[in-house]
Design a protein around this ligand. Sequence first.
Ligand SMILES: C[S@@+](CC[C@H](N)C(=O)[O-])C[C@H]1O[C@@H](n2cnc3c(N)ncnc32)[C@H](O)[C@@H]1O
Length: 183
Amino acid sequence: MSTFSFLLEGFRHMRTTGTLTRSSPALCKAAIDRIDFKNATVVVELGAGDGVITKYILDKMPAHGKVIAFEVSPELCDDMRAFNDPRLIVAQDSAENIRHYLDQIGVDKADHVISAIPFAALPEALGKSIVRAARDNLRPGGCYNQVHYSLKTKNYYEQAFGRVETQRVWANLPPAYVLYCNK
Ligand SMILES: C[S@@+](CC[C@H](N)C(=O)[O-])C[C@H]1O[C@@H](n2cnc3c(N)ncnc32)[C@H](O)[C@@H]1O
């Protein structure tokens, strides 16, 4: 999707996209930081958009790995399907349904979860249920990395994971945060 179309998609669905721009290269790199991809079999991405972070994940994933990328916008899902990567499963669905997609590939837990869902723009009950589903379906020791533009919902991750480390990423429009949690 072109930058202009992405901007239009952002205007049309501001309540679910939460932004008008996709993540910068610096933010994409920070979003996948601290993850040991060598030993990862299944990585789940929440709020994948047109796949800007997904490409960085796929670059690091082993050949036998799987990436399940959740995205509610059909147009943005089509962009990811166009990657034609057999390791990528595009889940055109809301992220609280993570269990269903792990069952479909016969996997008990995800190794890591990376999210850019704009929880501050979603109803609190939905946001908390997505974060809980991510934690419940993450293996012990797995990372949960969350991209955000504010720290308004930091308590969601503290409630689910306990300790949360925060990193500011200035090289993004607007400057962003990545919150790092471990199960
Ligand atoms: C801030 S954008 C991030 C897009 C891309 N990952 C990036 O970093 O530029 C958030 C994305 O989350 C998606 N989204 C919002 N609610 C969702 C939900 N409940 N389940 C899955 N995706 C959702 C939106 O459609 C949007 O594409």
